[in-house]
Each structure stands twice: as C-alpha cells, then as structure tokens.
Design a protein around this ligand. Structure first.
Ligand code: CP
Ligand code: NVA
Length: 309
C-alpha cells in the first residue's frame, strides 16, 4: 500500500479487498469483546479545518481501541492560522506522531502536506474527495448485499466530494455506478475522464434521478450544500428539489434496495424523514462501519507499511 490515502486512486484493487477483509475481522473481534492492541505506543494526529462528528470520533475511537493515542488538533489553535507554511508543519508533525488524518478545504494543501511528510497522510475529507467514507460504505454494501460486484449503485444529488470518491472507487474495483445530478452540478469532468480512461467499471451520468435509480440495489445521497457552500443553500434547495430521495423515488429501485447517506442528513431536503428512518435505510450501520474501516486503514498504513519497507 502507498504511504498516503489522499484519494482512492492511491489504492489498488488488492488494497481495497484487504481493507474490506481486515475491517470486517476487526469488527467481529470488537463485537466479541476481543481486545486488539495492534497500535500500542502509536499516535495519530488529526488536523481538522472543518466540523466533523463521525470521521473525527471514529478515527479517535479506532486509535484508542487499538491501543494507540489520537491527538486532535483544531487547525485554528495551531500556527497554521498564523501562516506557518504547511511544509514546515508537515515536517514537524512527522517527528511526533505516526500518521496524520487531515480534513481541509483544498486537495492541493493536503498533497503539499503529504509531499513534505515522512508519515502516512489520510484524507479525512476535502472539497474534492472523501475516500475513507467510500471505503466504509463499500464495507456496508458487502455486509448488506453480500458483495459489491453486480450491484447497481445510484448516486442521487450533488456531484460532490463523496461522489468523486465513488467515481474513483468505480474505476479501481469496477462498480456499476449511475450518478443523477442537476444540470451544472455534475461531477468534475476530469475525474470522470480519468475513470473512463481506466476502463474499469460502468459509470453513467444523467440529469434524471428516476433513470439512475431504476432497478438499483443501492441508492445513495448526500447534502445538497456541502461544508463551505453554505451561501448557496437557498439556490441549491430550489435546483435540487426533484432529486429528493423519497418514497416515490425509492419505489423505482429494486424492492430490496438499501438506502445510504454518509450523514449528516437534512431531512426534508435530500432525503425524506420516512426514507431515512425506514426499513431500507442502513445509515446507522454506515456510521458504525467508519470506525471499523478506520482501524483497518490505520493498521495498514502504520504497521503493515513498516513491515514492507
Ligand atoms: N460522514 C462524515 O464524514 O461525517 P462527519 O462530517 O460528521 O465526519
Ligand atoms: N459532502 C458533504 C459530506 C459531509 C460528510 C460535505 O462535504 O459537507
């Protein structure tokens, strides 16, 4: 496995399969009360420039349960806000902690940090990607549907950071992915082109949510205005109205389809209360699996990578 997970294109198909298998093993151990201190003596720095409930807490608990220590660093309390260069922060942190998870706006800043860091750098969400989210979501799909293969996955809503990571995943492990986004809110052309060039997976983009969910096995949605887009909220609510995942849309999918949302959810906007709380929703399993997947990621980057050196 490469040193960093900045995007899912940093992983091979084998890396994906290894992480699915290890995360599920660690989940079973955890449920059976087996203590697993594989990261004893190790520490993870978490630098967050945007709010987080799930990603922050699941990385922190993952580290604690594996016997290591998380150190949360609110970016506004560091010298980063006083313009200390990212490359300096990266080199200093490399001497203190064993890995760092970063949630920030700019993918370039994350890349700049990784370029100057000796320790693994994990993307905990940027404006462009949310790779760890999609890894744990695929784990949830495997649990609920038996496999990720032969599953028709429908993304309904904004062509945002989570959608971009789905496109990356589709191109690495070969997914049948249909994305329905309003005109002008489709995923970035270069990310779609890169996936098409890989030639692995079937990716379709449409402006019609009914076309995307037709016979789908998985329906996935996310907020209409992501963090940093708050000023566009009003206009987005108008544009995205027909893209709400509600009972009538879900009826068009396979009768045993699962409904996913990375959360936080805005009930009555991208998803109706009934669907979010309904029997097809697996959102709480999704949230839980973030912790199990983050354990597998941390082990792979901190211990297994060392063994490979
Ligand atoms: N899904 C997710 O990343 O949630 P948080 O923003 O709460 O971390
Ligand atoms: N697209 C959302 C995901 C939140 C987990 C955002 O970036 O705000």
């Amino acid at each position: 496995m490469k040193k960093d997970i900045l995007t899912l294109l940093d992983l091979t198909r084998e890396d994906f399969l290894h992480l699915f298998q290890r995360a599920s093993e660690l989940k079973k151990k955890h449920k059976n009360g087996v203590v697993q201190h594989s990261l004893a003596g190790k520490s993870l720095g978490l630098i967050f420039e945007k709010p987080s409930t799930r990603t922050r807490l699941s990385f922190e608990t993952a580290m604690i349960q594996l016997g290591g220590s998380p150190i949360f660093i609110s970016a506004k309390d560091t010298q980063i806000v006083r313009n200390e260069p990212v490359r300096d922060t990266a080199r200093v942190l490399s001497r203190y902690v064993d890995a760092v998870a970063i949630r920030t706006f700019s993918q370039d800043l994350l890349k700049g940090f990784a370029d100057f860091s000796d320790i693994p750098v994990i993307n905990a969400l940027t404006d462009l990607y949310h790779p760890c989210q999609v890894l744990s979501d695929l784990m949830t799909i495997i649990e609920c549907r038996g496999d990720y293969q032969n599953q028709k996955i429908a993304w309904v809503g904004d062509g945002n950071n989570v959608a971009h990571s789905w496109i990356n995943a589709a191109s690495v492990i070969g997914l049948d992915l249909r994305l329905a986004c309003p005109e002008g809110y489709e995923p970035k052309r270069e990310i779609l082109d890169q996936a098409a060039a890989e030639g692995c997976g079937k990716i379709m983009v449409t402006n019609d949510p009914r076309e995307a969910v037709c016979d789908a096995d998985v329906i996935y949605t996310d907020v209409w205005a992501s963090m940093g887009q708050e000023r566009e909220q009003t206009i987005r609510v108008e544009v995205f109205g027909p893209f709400q995942v509600n009972e009538s849309l879900v009826k068009r999918a396979s009768s045993d389809a699962i409904v996913m949302h990375c959360l936080p959810a805005h009930r009555g906007e991208e998803i109706s209360e009934k669907v979010l709380e309904g029997p097809q929703s697996v959102v709480w399993e999704q949230a839980e699996n973030k912790m199990h997947m983050h354990k597998a990621i941390l082990e792979a980057l901190i211990i297994e990578r060392k063994k490979e050196k």
